[in-house]
Design a protein around this ligand. Structure first.
Ligand code: FE2
Length: 341
């Protein structure tokens, strides 16, 4: 995979643009200007985009270049764009570019917050329905797409590196579906392609993202891993947990195919390794590219993430979500699985 690195974005006076952004954000009455955590998906991004584009025409030029790179290459790296700014300003640069590209989507369903801290988080305990997402831990995050458990996964992921891990871990890895498909056409791998493009799998929605936020109900969506839109959706822990509501044979076949895909993605001639530097922004096409992060031990590692949708925010309770009481889980199958492994 070849991503597009952009080292210079032309003459951009971010200080002036960020001041305008802050005043546009403050119109909502919920943004005091003190923290990026106050920016929510309820902001009128269409209005903000229109106002900014009218005054700062350079933003349209930059956005066109970035969007073209994201669509044609699968990812764009903006080198050092936030390097000489503090974290509040870096967050706003990330938000501003996201607004120019589409509709920022909430990372937290309750608050609507759109700029999400990716760093170690102490998780709530005692809730059976809750399970953590990769952004909350320091462990390895296997190849996946973001919001793969949503009926309509976000189109673009934006990441800003505030502090890289001093331990050398936390490296991002990308793999483009185009390269993967090439491999999957080979007769050796064709069986996996057939399974992943034809058999709908169950993706369980993590606790923080459920539509009903009920502790006794598991929410699941069904989709193939490979389809038309998005071209790929992948999240092995969500698929594994979704399979708890199905039979053992399904689980075994599913895991075999998904693991095969992830092994192909990890090949040297498919994957791209990337260590972001402080102040870099990475934009990834989440419909065509899967991403991975290796483990890290430095708890000060800090990235910001924003999800950028093409449309209005996802409906609060789409019909395509299936709800299961937690007791419907096939415990006997899970036991059988344990014995088999
Ligand atoms: Fe991710």
């Amino acid at each position: 995979m070849n991503l597009k690195p952009i080292h210079h974005l032309g003459k951009v006076n971010w200080d002036v643009i960020l001041k305008s952004l802050d005043s546009l954000l403050s119109v909502s009455g919920t943004f005091s200007g003190s923290s990026y955590t106050e920016i929510t998906e309820r902001q009128d991004s269409k209005h903000i985009r229109g106002e900014l584009s009218q005054v700062f025409s350079i933003l349209d030029e930059i956005t066109a270049e970035i969007v073209h790179g994201v669509h044609t290459k699968g990812a764009v790296l903006l080198k050092g764009i936030g390097q000489s700014y503090n974290s509040e300003q870096q967050a706003r640069i990330l938000y501003l570019l996201s607004v120019m590209m589409g509709q920022p989507a909430a990372a937290d369903k309750v608050s609507g917050q759109v700029i999400w801290d990716i760093r170690q988080r102490i998780l709530p305990v005692g809730s059976q329905a809750y399970y953590a997402t990769f952004s909350e831990g320091r462990g390895e995050a296997p190849f996946h797409t973001d919001t793969s458990f949503y009926p309509d996964p976000v189109k673009i992921i934006g990441l800003m590196c505030i502090k890289q891990a001093a331990c050398g871990g936390g490296i991002n890895r990308l793999a483009h579906l185009g390269d993967l498909k090439e491999k999957l056409q080979d007769t050796k791998h064709r069986w996996a392609y057939e399974y992943l493009s034809k058999v709908p799998l169950a993706f369980r929605i993590p606790g923080a993202f459920t539509f009903d936020q009920s502790p006794d109900i598991a929410e699941v969506i069904q989709s193939t891993v490979l389809s038309d839109k998005p071209s790929i959706r992948l999240r092995i822990d969500s698929i594994r947990k979704g399979a708890d509501f199905y039979r053992h044979e399904y689980y075994r076949e599913t895991m075999k195919s998904v693991s095969h895909l992830m092994t192909l993605a990890d090949r040297d001639d498919v994957r791209l390794d990337l260590m972001m530097d402080e102040g870099d922004i990475l934009l990834v096409n989440n419909h065509d590219v899967i991403h991975y992060r290796n483990a890290f031990s430095d708890a000060r590692r800090h990235l910001l993430r924003i999800w950028i949708g093409q449309h209005d925010p996802v409906a609060t309770s789409p019909d395509s979500v299936i709800r299961y009481p937690l007791e419907a889980c096939f415990t006997s199958d899970r036991e059988a699985r344990k014995q088999a492994s």
